[in-house]
Design a protein. Structure first.
Length: 258
């Protein structure tokens, strides 16, 4: 079906992963602004190949198929814009603030009680210096207790007490993402990331970035216009980090008053 905003929507009851289906339709010429949504994923994947699946009706699984006519070097901000769209969706439907953990997780809660409520995964197919298509996969835990999820995860219901229909979450998300994608195209892949910065988790804190078995440590001081993490390394200055897993570092011990 095609909705009023011009999105081609493929609905499924169950798929291995919406990423797999979106890849299939992309290779067969599906147009820009196509989205695949399923009530269930039997073999969903998150960052690093981690599983992302749950019983039917408890989570939103979708993948946006995009064909943005921008320089492939400008695609790096898309996952961050998707994260903002997810955060805005949760905030609009629950009234509870969400945080964004670089590069592609959405958290909810305060300080040590923060838990992952959603994740984003992007892949792109570039050929001859042109981005033929981009897939932005989004998973949002909507219903059920957090015990059904891996450690550190939660659901909208468990975290906020607000019971939501998955379709309502999808419709709100698609509206928010549609606006973000319009902005991305209007500025040829150089969008404002202020919405992401305003929700940045762990900003100003000691962190470690791990990638391929190696770790760099410093203070997370922000992101640049490309979405790269800026890490202030002791004795080395600010370093741009393009990829990796962000881990909270040891926090300074509180100072005792004499």
């Amino acid at each position: 079906m095609t909705d009023a905003r011009g999105w081609n929507i493929y609905y499924f009851k169950s798929v291995t992963s919406t990423m797999d289906v979106a890849m299939h339709v992309a290779q067969r010429g599906a147009s820009d602004r196509t989205v695949v949504i399923s009530s269930e994923q039997t073999a969903g994947r998150g960052r690093g190949g981690r599983d992302w699946s749950s019983p039917p009706g408890r989570a939103l699984y979708c993948t946006m198929l995009l064909r943005p006519r921008v320089d492939p070097n400008r695609l790096s901000t898309l996952p961050l814009l998707a994260g903002v769209a997810v955060a805005e969706t949760i905030e609009a439907l629950t009234g509870v603030a969400a945080q964004l953990k670089w590069p592609n997780d959405v958290w909810i809660g305060t300080d040590a009680q923060r838990r992952k409520i959603a994740g984003i995964l992007m892949t792109s197919h570039v050929q001859g210096g042109v981005a033929e298509f981009v897939l932005v996969g989004i998973g949002i835990n909507v219903a059920g207790d957090r015990e059904i999820l891996p450690p550190g995860g939660t659901t909208i219901l468990a975290a906020t007490g607000v019971a939501l229909d998955v379709d309502a979450v999808f419709n709100c998300l698609l509206s928010r993402f549609d606006l973000a994608y319009d902005h991305f195209l209007d500025v040829t892949g150089r969008p404002s990331l202020d919405g992401w910065r305003a929700r940045a988790a762990l900003l100003g804190e000691p962190v470690a970035i791990t990638d391929a078995g190696r770790a760099v440590r410093g203070v997370f001081v922000g992101i640049d216009e490309d979405g790269a993490l800026l890490l202030d390394e002791p004795g080395s200055g600010v370093r741009r980090v393009l990829a990796g897993d962000l881990i909270r570092g040891p926090r300074p011990a509180p100072q005792l008053r004499s």
